[in-house]
Design a protein around this ligand. Structure first.
Ligand SMILES: NC(=O)c1ccc[n+]([C@@H]2O[C@H](COP(=O)([O-])OP(=O)(O)OC[C@H]3O[C@@H](n4cnc5c(N)ncnc54)[C@H](OP(=O)(O)O)[C@@H]3O)[C@@H](O)[C@H]2O)c1
Length: 295
């Protein structure tokens, strides 16, 4: 039975990839810093910090492949890949970003993804890069505002991307880990529909059966609100830099998911329907009290 090491196993994509691998009969080593992490039956925990690979003493011998989250490994990619290679791991699939190929946002964030890809290239392992558009799940950040007011206050309403359903990323990742034909390939993965911020809010509204509004506010106001929530300064930097660029030039739309999986990519509308409960309000504003969408 093949073994796969998941770096970022408890993340949005990692969890879904883990489920798919286990359902397919593979063995999974789930790397997590949290020794109490809730892992599915059959997953083998490897407790340690991927950004400090020396802590990963339980890395399995002769794993077939690694699913690698650049965020989780950070600047330690080289050291972590050396550990994998020393333990006989053969292939690595990187959850990279479409910005590597279609630059948008602050340069240093793009460089972080590029640095991980370059470390993989130097590692001697065979590799596949999944250069993903923004995850549909990023919209969950709007859930508190939608639940409480029905109005999303954000910057750059015209920022346009083709958000990808994280399940599609996980399915492609599992194919790239388990099937031949992906070595040395960089796939740009996006959803099927190019949507601006108001489109996304409208589709969430359709999913929850409410009229929601997007209200444009100054980027600085968004930054201050995020800092007041206790988020590190990098988070608004990353978000606002990307939105500013995507308002000027839309992010890419590709048919790669459909070509690789043999069926259409899941839509943002479908994602919103599946996740409607996260946006369902406790104290509901009525349709008439929701603020009108800007035109
Ligand atoms: N969101 C997007 O729009 C987008 C777009 C393109 C690419 N990506 C990339 O896709 C990858 C997967 O994202 P994801 O949202 O599924 O999950 P993620 O952010 O990679 O997090 C997955 C897990 O990694 C661990 N982790 C997170 N930060 C860490 C850190 N600083 N040091 C060590 N471990 C850390 C956490 O697990 P434990 O707490 O269990 O240790 C977390 O649950 C990320 O690298 C992200 O940069 C995201």
């Amino acid at each position: 039975m093949s073994m796969f090491v998941l770096i970022g196993a408890t993340g949005t994509v990692g969890r879904q990839a883990m489920d798919l691998l286990l359902q397919g009969g593979a063995e999974v080593a789930a790397v997590t810093r949290d020794r109490t992490a809730d892992l599915p039956d059959g997953a083998r925990p490897v407790v340690g910090d991927p950004s400090a690979p020396g802590t990963l003493a339980d890395w399995p011998q002769d794993a077939e492949g690694i699913l690698l989250s650049p965020r989780a490994v950070g600047p330690a990619a080289e050291e972590l890949l050396a550990l994998g290679a020393a333990r006989g791991t053969r292939h690595v699939v990187v959850l990279s970003s479409s910005t590597v190929e279609h630059p948008a946002g602050r340069r240093r964030f793009v460089e972080e993804f590029r640095a991980v890809e370059e470390a993989v290239g130097r590692s001697g392992l065979s590799w596949t890069f999944l250069r993903c558009a923004d995850f549909a799940a990023n919209s969950l950040a709007w859930a508190p505002q939608i639940r409480s007011t029905g109005v999303v206050r954000g910057a750059h309403r015209g920022a346009t991307t083709s958000p990808i359903h994280e399940r599609d990323i996980a399915e492609v990742a599992v194919r790239a880990l388990t099937e031949p034909g992906h070595a040395g390939r960089a796939h740009v993965l996006t959803g099927p529909d190019s949507l601006d911020q108001r489109d996304k809010v409208r589709l969430v509204g359709e999913a929850v059966g409410r009229t929601l509004a997007f209200e444009e506010v100054a980027p600085e106001q968004v930054r201050q609100a995020m800092l007041a929530q206790g988020l590190p300064a990098d988070v608004p930097e990353r978000l606002l830099g990307s939105l500013a660029d995507y308002a000027t030039r839309p992010g890419p739309t590709t048919d790669t998911v459909e070509r690789l999986l043999g069926r259409p990519a899941r839509s943002f509308a479908a994602w919103a329907r599946e996740n409607a409960s996260a946006f369902a309000e406790r104290s509901l504003p009525t349709r008439s009290s929701a603020r009108p969408e800007e035109s």
